[in-house]
Write a protein that binds this ligand. Structure first.
Ligand SMILES: O=C(CO)[C@@H](O)[C@H](O)[C@H](O)[C@H](O)COP(=O)(O)O
Ligand SMILES: O=C[C@H](O)COP(=O)(O)O
Length: 922
């Protein structure tokens, strides 16, 4: 008869310390049960980590779950639950025959809950229900925080295997918790007979650590005391601990109190020996089997140890109770040598948790790779060429901080310590749950779009700035208008030409105006609103408010105006998110729905990305967190010019990215400087301050840029490559980049959710407008070059540029196609001759985008502000200034803010003939 079968005669059950699907499928488990006396199975994250990576038995289920949109963590749970269920079914006959004593399969709660009492309870209940088998044990670590959860679960009737016990004190604590649970049940008249538990004491690891400490003594001791010879103590601490724990077990589970409980049906909580494979090959391979045989115990063994024990193990009744004196001596001697077992076992507990966390991380990493592979074209890919940036330590720190988990739990304490800032951040994290929150509004938004369509509207004009308009800009440029839907026009420029251009292109009566402002106070937006409202009224339109809707936060001034003007609808947006993080809320979705975009598909893409950024995925494999880590790290290494190269049909996405990066990170003298729209050059034209981000839509022809990017990578620049297979995957990109920027924020040590320097320019503008109204001499309030030699003046200005600087071209006039072309070609010349990064963004749009970075970011910018005189001006109803004056006040206001900060600026007034001057310049 096999030794493992005979063990039962001595009161010990042998369990298998391994579980894989292969072993279930190929009949090995069944055979062990029927022929080798197997009476139970234990599993843990390390066991599953190995199981998932060896063989392909899990692949079909992984593919199916991935396609159902499950996260890697959900897939992990589904795989383990189904393995445990199947193993439970195989072991059920053992359970029945042993009257519920044996035949158990154990499944562990997440190692991340080892220090979380509430979390352990929630997960234990959930897993127990999910497995839904009488013979399943849920494993909870016997840590200080685990003990109350263990007691509560046992009281509730969940079978608990208490894991990670290393010390006699901790063993005693969990045994007493078991008794308390039984007594509570008894007091409440609940049954005791179905309550079962085992306490898992880990052995070989004790010897590994104690031996390591002892080995230092051997080297340093020159006067070995015969009584405490370190060499003689090696390999003894584990067994000694087991023997003394067993002695305590016998003391606890005896006597009147215990007998009374037994009478009422209580089962004994058996001690389970775990970590029983011998790690030191100089010791007996069955060290933790032979000497631990005893009544009411379990020994969970890996396959090799089982083979060894069946081959040459020895069977001795009550071996565990022998040599107790020696066990005490081992403890005494260790104490005399100042080896503090309390400290050692605490360290083992900590290491044990960490080991399971590491295994858990690596199994989630492995599953994530398989999940993405299964999804194929449905998920954009991301590759990062690091060019020497060492991200590993940062990933480790982020994981240690539980950054992902805390981010998704919307923990505002992650970025800053200051109370005020924490409070502000706590009101800015709502974007994390937008993919699912907004999905709930899908029907309402689509129904609204249908209604507008049916009423015969032809255009939608979005009036807004920055975060309230850039998403619409992306939508308009990338998607156009679906058949039968309204054409979208975005107005975010106060140049009278821009306003008149919009007016010229629409039939006012058949146009829906969206007034979009989170704060409800933005001057430009409210001025546009007043202007078009009055214009529509002037057409004689009855109920002009019927052509207006507002998107804003709760109870803003805009809500008041919208009610007063009798707008047809007010979309009240969640107020726990900042403007630049609002694209997946009404701000982005309402205009999208009105142009006929499948917002359901777009949100699904965002949900898929949310899954890929899921907090259980370790930082290095988490696409959002890793992207942000690299960007943050890159900026710290001096490569702060994040140079975007975008596929033609999604180019406008760069405008949105520009605001997100610049306004979120450009503060405290730091910042990611987004460079978008700059044509791609050869390696010679770039300094060492760049990181390139190539985002492509695979259906576009990207061959030229792809070649150039490869050359840049070879030249030593870090490169991030993202491939989208469908334009609707922009939904996911919005989300990926928001997570990335939140992550970059922590790496850079800044708060990515405020914009402390934006208000300065606004305040200056307000003051200037007052001056204009009272004195009418706005033009004379700023240092302005009115020169015929524009090129010369600017050249002299640019001679200040040094390596790592950037040149910002900031025109305060409508950028017509021809003006854009001229400025782009000039921009390229500057980049190539000065070898510095360049940006081009018109005012006042940039004030709501890169403006924060210019003032709050590093002092590496040279700012060229161009103003011009519009041929026509347009008055703002109820105001004493026009749109042209507003624009000029904004330009000069910002110039003043920049100058006050000592930034390098030049203001060129181009006068009336803007186009000719630009031709000369270019
Ligand atoms: O379930 C249990 C204990 O309840 C076991 O699977 C336990 O986790 C394992 O025995 C240990 O993790 C194995 O430890 P080691 O041999 O790697 O030191
Ligand atoms: O990015 C945000 C802009 O400054 C506009 O703000 P708002 O939505 O409050 O009008």
């Amino acid at each position: 008869m096999k030794n493992t079968v005979s063990l039962l005669d001595y009161g010990q059950s042998y369990w298998l310390d391994n579980l894989t699907r292969g072993k279930i499928i190929n009949g090995e488990i069944k055979e062990r049960v029927t022929e080798q006396g197997l009476r139970g199975i234990t599993s843990n994250p390390s066991i599953f980590s190995k199981a998932f990576t060896s063989g392909d038995e899990y692949d079909n289920q992984i593919e199916k779950l991935a396609k159902e949109g499950k996260t890697s963590q959900e897939i992990y749970e589904a795989l383990t639950v189904s393995d445990v269920q199947n193993a439970c079914d195989i072991l059920l006959p053992v359970f029945d025959a042993s009257m519920g004593t044996d035949g158990f399969v154990s499944l562990e709660v997440s190692p991340y809950l080892a220090r979380d009492t509430q979390g352990s309870m929630i997960e234990a209940r959930r897993l127990y229900q999910a497995v839904n088998r009488v013979n399943c044990y849920i494993k909870i670590p016997g840590t200080r925080e685990g003990v109350p959860a263990i007691e509560e679960m046992l009281y509730e009737g969940v079978n608990i295997n208490i894991t990670l016990l290393f010390s006699i004190e901790n063993y005693e604590a969990v045994a007493l918790a078991y008794l308390r649970a039984l007594k509570r049940r008894l007091k409440e008249g609940k049954s005791l007979s179905n309550i079962v538990s085992v306490a898992s004491f880990f052995l070989s690891r004790i010897d590994v650590l104690v031996d390591q400490i002892l080995s230092h003594y051997i080297i340093s001791s020159d006067n070995p005391d015969a009584d405490s010879r370190p060499d003689l103590l090696m390999g003894k601490a584990g067994i000694a601990s087991a023997k003394l724990a067993y002695k305590r077990f016998k003391e606890i589970f005896q006597g009147k109190d215990w007998e009374e409980l037994v009478e009422k049906g209580a089962n004994i909580q058996r001690v389970l020996w775990a970590s029983t494979s011998t790690k030191n090959k100089l010791y007996k391979d069955v060290l933790y089997v032979d000497s631990l045989i005893g009544k009411d115990t379990v020994n969970t063994l890996p396959e090799e140890t089982i083979e060894d024990f069946n081959d040459h193990g020895s069977l001795k009744k009550d071996a565990i109770e022998e040599n107790i004196e020696e066990a005490y001596q081992v403890f005494d001697q260790l104490e005399r040598m100042h080896i503090d077992l309390k400290f050692v076992t605490q360290q083992l507990e900590n290491e044990g948790i960490q080991k399971f966390m590491d295994s858990y991380n690596s199994l989630i990493e492995g599953l994530e790779v398989k999940r993405l592979k299964a999804l194929g074209d449905h998920v954009p890919t991301q590759e990062i060429a690091l060019a020497g940036l060492d991200a590993k330590p940062v990933y480790a720190s982020l994981d240690e901080l539980h950054f992902g988990k805390r981010l998704f739990k919307q923990d505002p304490n992650l970025w800053k310590k200051d109370k005020e800032q924490i409070k502000e951040i706590s009101e800015r994290l709502g974007w994390l749950s937008l993919p699912e929150d907004s999905m709930k509004k899908l029907d309402e938004l689509n129904a609204f779009a249908q209604q507008i369509k049916t009423e015969g509207f032809k255009h939608v004009v979005l009036l807004g700035m920055g975060g309230s308009s850039l998403c619409s800009e992306v939508v308009k440029e990338s998607f156009g208008t679906a058949d039968g839907y309204m054409e979208l026009i975005v107005l975010d420029n106060v140049d009278p030409m821009a306003i008149l251009e919009v007016e010229k292109n629409i039939d006012m009566v058949k146009t829906l105006f969206i007034v979009a402002s989170k704060s409800g106070t933005t001057t430009e937006t409210l001025s546009f609103c007043k202007y078009f409202f009055e214009k529509l009224k002037a057409t004689g339109k009855v109920k002009p408010g019927n052509n207006f809707i507002a998107i804003t936060d709760n109870e803003t001034a805009l809500v008041k105006t919208a009610k007063e003007y009798k707008f047809r609808k007010i979309f009240v947006n969640p107020s726990d998110l900042g403007g630049r993080y609002s694209v997946l809320s009404d701000f982005g979705l309402v205009p999208m729905a009105l142009t006929g975009i499948d917002i359901g598909a777009l949100l699904q893409s965002a949900q898929r990305m949310q899954t890929s950024c899921n907090p259980t995925i370790p930082a290095n494999k988490n696409v959002g967190i890793s992207l942000g880590t690299i960007l943050g790290l890159s900026s710290k290494a001096g490569r702060d010019k994040v140079t975007f190269v975008l596929s033609n049909s999604i180019k406008s996405f760069g405008l949105w990215l520009e605001q997100l990066l610049a306004e979120s990170t450009g503060k405290e003298g730091k910042g990611l400087i987004p460079i978008q729209g700059e044509s791609l050059g050869t390696p010679e034209v770039y300094g060492k301050d760049r990181i390139f981000v190539h985002i492509i839509l695979t259906s576009d022809d990207n061959s030229e840029d792809t070649k150039k990017i490869s050359l840049l990578e070879k030249a030593g620049h870090p490169v991030i490559r993202i491939s989208l297979h469908d334009k609707l995957d922009l939904g996911g990109e919005f989300y990926r980049w928001e997570v990335a920027v939140a992550s970059a924020g922590i790496v850079m040590g800044i708060n990515p959710f405020d914009q402390p320097n934006v208000e300065e320019s606004k305040e200056n503008t307000r003051k200037l407008l007052k001056i204009q109204v009272s004195k009418g001499d706005l033009k004379n309030t700023a240092p302005t070059r009115e020169t015929e030699d524009i090129r010369g003046s600017i050249h002299t200005f640019l001679l200040q540029a040094k390596a790592n600087d950037y040149i910002a071209i900031l025109p305060y006039f409508l950028l017509t196609e021809s003006r854009k072309e001229l400025l782009q070609s000039w921009r390229k010349k500057i980049r190539d001759s000065f070898k510095v990064a360049t940006t081009l963004l018109e005012g006042p749009r940039y004030l709501h985008s890169t403006g924060q970075l210019h003032k709050g970011g590093p002092d590496s910018g040279l700012y060229i502000l161009f103003t011009g005189e519009s041929e026509e001006d347009v008055l703002i109803p109820d105001e004493e200034y026009s749109f042209a004056t507003l624009g000029l006040a904004e330009a000069i206001g910002d110039l003043k803010s920049l100058n006050d900060k000592g930034r390098r600026t030049i203001h060129i007034q181009l006068g009336k003939n803007i186009d000719n001057k630009l031709i000369k310049l270019a």
